[in-house]
Design a protein around this ligand. Structure first.
Ligand code: ZN
Ligand code: ZN
Ligand code: ZN
Ligand code: ZN
Ligand code: ZN
Length: 203
């Protein structure tokens, strides 16, 4: 299967694990991108040539308080550039020029909740299992996207001191999960889900 993740180059842990419903800079989900070329967006009239993960909810940029606001609407929330325009108002390709003002490239007005760096310092990676193993990155059940385990995701997102610490916490929690799943069927089911979410780009 192909593992899709988002992190800073040379980093040994993922800031985000990308699932099929995860959002691209162009505003469309990974599912809506071509599985052959892996990156081209298939949505009618969308010019996006390369899937690039963007946060799709305030928790992913560490803004946990936003959801408590009475007027908060998740489907209206968008990750924004310093120019105040959303990613959808920037060119899907190249330097991501703003289409509403003279802003030359998307510069996130938020920091990554996992490593505290800006969106533009990250890249979306498409890797196979051996590439990930060579780089010491999580594979198999350890790759379960954070978004599929909300409690783990939140723990990872709030462990802001150091990305490594958060990642180690996640790993040990996953180890514990696997160990305590006395019912082997549970483990099988979890493994099955993982492979589903990591193989969707190969068809
Ligand atoms: Zn698109
Ligand atoms: Zn796209
Ligand atoms: Zn901008
Ligand atoms: Zn702008
Ligand atoms: Zn990060």
């Amino acid at each position: 299967g192909v593992y899709v993740s988002w992190r800073c180059p040379n980093q040994k842990w993922d800031c985000q694990r990308v699932a099929s419903f995860s959002k691209c800079f162009c505003g469309h989900s990974l599912q809506q991108h071509d599985s052959g070329s892996r990156t081209l967006c298939k949505y009618p009239n969308c010019s996006c040539k390369h899937f690039a993960w963007v946060p799709s909810n305030p928790e992913e940029v560490g803004e946990f308080w936003l959801r408590r606001r009475k007027d908060f609407k998740e489907n209206q929330w968008r990750a924004k550039c310093k120019c105040k325009h959303s990613h959808e108002e920037h060119d899907a390709n190249g330097n991501h020029k703003c289409t509403k003002c003279s802003c030359p490239c998307f510069q996130s007005n938020f920091l990554c909740a996992a490593c505290d760096r800006r969106w533009e310092e990250h890249e979306t990676f498409f890797e196979n299992v051996s590439e990930r193993r060579e780089n010491g990155l999580a594979t198999g059940i350890y790759f379960l996207p954070f978004s599929e385990i909300p409690s783990l995701r939140n723990m990872v997102l709030t462990g802001k001191d150091d990305g490594d610490v958060s990642y180690i916490k996640l790993q040990s929690k996953l180890n514990a999960l696997t160990a305590t799943a006395a019912d082997s069927k549970k483990v099988n089911a979890a493994t099955k889900n993982t492979s589903l979410s990591t193989t969707m780009m190969t068809s």
